[in-house]
Design a protein around this ligand. Structure first.
Ligand code: SAH
Length: 250
């Protein structure tokens, strides 16, 4: 599948639905995507899929459903993405960078100029967990009435897809800048965090029985800094050198 002419960035936006309970919402989300020129759909552990209700609600967007990739692990859906934005109906206890829908769409379209990006949606009842939100560079909350803030999942997809389409229309494709040192992918960042945690435990800087707070702060530092693949390689080289210790006899 490839993006429509004139808006190649939209073809690089991956929509990720986590733990969807109602297959009708999956179909409606596929339809919402297709109307706005999005086509890459990931389903992380859906309760029921494929399902006739999903196909029915997709109307003519069954090609998006057929192309959907079903995985059990969010990390697998995000692995190639260089910018990951999560959506949430409410402000979380987790203090994390927040963008409004318009800013998020502009940043996603810009980043999609040089690679895959992802927009993540949560479960109908409970949204995304803190561990899932931590995988995102930033969170988006669609401003809504405080007393009734939660949109239907597919309605939230529709609104974000529209913002992406508007943002894509505003970009000058001919002048698109290909970044020679693109931001690290989600998989590269996860490997960095795991490596960092190993080294910090070995150095007894981090208590392996209570690693949560420090690792969350270090993740937050990294998502703010948006390191490139090359910068992540340098950091991992430093960690490897720390693990080895100074060479003797030199
Ligand atoms: N109580 C849940 C509501 C889930 S609604 C929560 O706090 O997130 C299902 C999904 O729709 C959410 O996970 C999110 O992806 C999306 N969504 C619903 N309302 C939204 C809003 N106002 N802003 C951003 N995303 C929203």
């Amino acid at each position: 599948m490839s993006g429509e002419r004139g808006a190649p960035a939209l073809g690089r936006v991956h929509v990720v639905l986590v733990g969807t309970t109602h297959p009708g919402n999956i179909g409606a989300a596929a339809r919402a995507m297709k109307t706005m020129g999005l086509e890459r759909l990931w389903l992380v552990s859906p309760s029921r899929f494929p399902d006739p209700e999903a196909t029915a609600r997709a109307s003519g967007a069954d090609d998006v459903l057929r192309g959907a990739r079903v995985v059990t692990d969010l990390d697998a859906a995000l692995a190639e993405s260089r910018l990951v934005v999560g959506t949430s109906a409410r402000a979380r206890s987790l203090r994390w960078p927040e963008w409004d829908p318009r800013e998020a769409a502009a940043r996603l379209v810009e980043a999609a100029g040089s690679g895959a990006v992802a927009l993540v949606f949560g479960r109908e009842r409970t949204g995304l967990t803190n561990a899932e939100l931590e995988r995102c560079h930033a969170l988006v909350r669609i401003p809504s009435a405080p007393a009734f803030a939660s949109l239907n999942l597919a309605a939230a997809v529709q609104l974000m897809a529209w913002e992406l389409r508007v943002a894509a229309g505003g970009v000058l494709w001919g002048a698109r800048y290909e970044d020679p040192d693109p931001p690290a992918s989600a998989a590269e960042l996860e490997h960095l965090y795991a490596h960092l945690e190993r080294v910090l435990v070995a150095l007894e800087f981090l208590d392996p029985d209570n690693p949560k707070q420090l690792m969350r702060r270090l993740r937050r530092l990294c998502v703010r800094a948006r390191p490139s693949s090359r910068e992540v390689e340098i950091l991992r080289g430093i960690l490897a050198a720390a693990e080895r210790g100074p060479r003797r006899g030199r």
